[in-house]
Design a protein around this ligand. Structure first.
Ligand code: ADP
Length: 547
């Protein structure tokens, strides 16, 4: 338009027949439009100011074209084609551009209507003027609407992701535990400040390396981990979270740390893993010292307690001492308390042994039915004294041998002392926590496992206590249990011992009606049991079992 104006100035209007002569006003508007467009082109593509410049450029160009059309013959102007084109594309700039053009067209029509009032000509003008706007409206509106919806959703998502990413980074950096992210090949992608501090590696040096050269793990004997014991490898192959607090980490400066480690898979199988680790050297040392103290203290105190118990026994025995009834009553109470104390020391000793692996395990082939029967029978007297009936369900007490043929023989590999401790604890508890009724010991199983159950008709266990029952020192605190003494160590010890046998222990209970404790341990096949019995020279037992 500027060019045409200049051509006009230079007197070339004859060449254009005068019909393309553009006046200074539209030339000025077109120049401003060009400047606005140029300013917009220099800005950032997505910024708001660029959009405003584009709108201004388009608006100015509409005005320039409108004025030119009016100046060069109205509907007959050669610039009408440009006007129609602008009309069709106005929808691209949104509703305001359409409204702006519609206002100009209708304003012009209204002006003509006032001046000339030629209805036919006005109708044609209205058609020519409005049609491109209507087309533009129908074509562009739908698309621009969709686009802006999509755009909005996209930018909202992008903003949210940026925010989340920012927050996650802050959180990861603030965590006091070491966090390391690796990809499926084991290459380190991320290392938070705590991890850098624990490992003695900087992020710059560690990123891009194989995790094994930075996170040097070994077992307690300082042996490197095999792929099937390396928790990270396990996670990458099985896609299951692994947690352990039994490993040693060698730092960059060759310091050995006890660490607890949680490795979680990322995405689908083997895509990567997140390793969260913590230095627990101080905690482990403290635990060991505590266990050592408890075990030494209980060991040292057990002897004088046993001596006191012995002397109290002598004092209470009419053959060895003569005391009056009042003194007898007091000494009886003292003896009960001393027995309780002795039991507590024994439990503490057992627990500390189980915890630091000092329990001597001597696994042998055990016929579980015969063994459990013998343990159960040893409690017959105490059950009777409390007025309770003690049933051993698998076989009646008089017919163990004859019933063998009807009942399966269950063999397991277990330390007899430890198994006795577990079963005794359960039967003892059943008697202790049952006021009236019975205790039933039963045995069942399948090819893989044997389950011994001890059911009672006692006080039962509230559901909220069940998850804590096998924890150290956990005792249920209610009016009934408060009267019954205990240490809260029995079931904890049972769990440790059963787990050492690769078994599990659990309970089902109805508060106020009774409880059933279950112990499940792996079963030996008959052939395996025979082989082991033969190997251990216990041929007699093997022969009788075969018979
Ligand atoms: P405790 O020395 O207190 O008996 P245990 O570890 O053997 O310690 O048992 C923990 C708690 O579990 C007990 O204090 C008791 O409240 C509950 N408990 C254990 N066995 C039974 C049972 N057969 N019936 C009801 N409650 C039981």
């Amino acid at each position: 338009m500027l060019g045409l104006f200049i051509a006009n100035l230079l007197g070339l209007e004859d060449f254009y027949n005068g019909r393309l002569a553009v006046g200074w006003q539209p030339a000025l508007l077109a120049g401003l439009a060009a400047m606005a467009a140029a300013a917009g082109a220099l800005g950032k593509p997505s910024s708001q100011s660029v959009q405003k410049m584009a709108w201004a450029a388009y608006g100015l160009f509409i005005l320039a074209t409108g004025v030119t059309v009016l100046q060069t013959g109205g509907v007959d102007s050669p610039f009408m084609a440009l006007w129609l084109l602008l009309g069709v594309f106005s929808g691209l700039f949104g509703a305001w551009a359409l409204i702006f053009m519609a206002l100009l067209v209708n304003g012009y029509i209204a002006y003509l209507a006032l001046v000339t009032a030629k209805t036919e000509a006005l109708a044609i003008l209205a058609l020519i003027g409005e049609l491109p706007l209507i087309i533009s409206y129908t074509v562009w509106r739908g698309q621009s609407g969709q686009l802006s919806e999509k755009d909005k959703a996209f930018s909202a998502l992008a903003a949210e992701l940026t925010q989340v990413a920012g927050k996650s980074e802050i959180v990861i950096n603030a965590i006091a535990d070491g966090v390391m992210a690796i990809d499926g090949r084991g290459v380190i992608d991320l290392l938070n400040p705590a991890a850098q501090q624990i490992l003695g590696w900087t992020k710059q040096d560690a990123l891009g390396l194989d995790y094994r050269s930075v996170l040097k793990l070994s077992n307690q004997k300082s042996e490197p981990l095999a792929p099937d014991t390396d928790p990270v490898q396990l996670v990458l192959t099985t896609n299951q979270t692994v947690a352990t607090d039994d490993l040693v980490l060698t730092t960059n400066s060759d310091k050995k740390l006890q660490v607890s480690l949680i490795v979680s898979p990322v995405g689908s199988g083997g895509a990567g893993a997140i390793i969260v680790f913590r230095d627990i050297t101080a905690k482990k040392t403290e635990e060991r010292q505590q266990a050592e103290f408890i075990s030494t203290a209980s060991h040292e105190m057990r002897t004088p307690v046993a001596t006191i118990e012995g002397y109290l026994g002598l004092a209470l025995n009419p053959k060895t001492a003569t005391i009056d009834d009042k003194a007898k009553e007091y000494l009886q109470k003292a003896k009960e308390s001393v027995q309780h104390l002795g039991r507590l020391f024994q439990d503490l000793l057992d627990v500390s042994k189980a915890e630091d692996g000092r329990l001597n395990t001597n696994p042998v082939v055990v016929d579980i039915v015969a063994f459990t029967k013998e343990v159960t029978e040893s409690f017959e007297l105490s059950a009777k004294q409390k007025g309770l009936v003690l049933y051993f369900k698998p076989v009646s007490s008089s017919a163990l041998e004859t019933n063998r043929r009807l009942n399966p023989v269950y063999y397991a590999l277990a330390d007899q002392g430890q198994l006795r401790e577990v079963l005794s604890n359960l039967i003892e508890n059943a008697i202790k926590y049952t006021q009236t009724g019975s205790i039933t010991v039963d045995i069942g199983g399948n090819d893989e496992a044997i389950t011994v159950s001890v059911a009672d008709t006692g006080i039962g266990i509230p559901p909220e206590d069940i998850p804590h029952l096998f924890q150290k020192f956990y005792r249920i605190d209610n009016s009934v249990t408060r009267e019954i003494g205990g240490t809260g160590l029995g079931l904890y010890l049972c769990r440790r011992l059963v787990e050492a046998m690769r078994g599990r222990i659990w309970v089902k209970s109805e508060f106020g009606r009774g409880s059933t404790f279950y112990v499940q341990i792996p079963r030996l096949t008959h052939e395996e049991a025979m082989e082991r019995l033969a190997q251990s020279g216990n041929l007699e037992a093997a022969d009788s079992a075969n018979a």
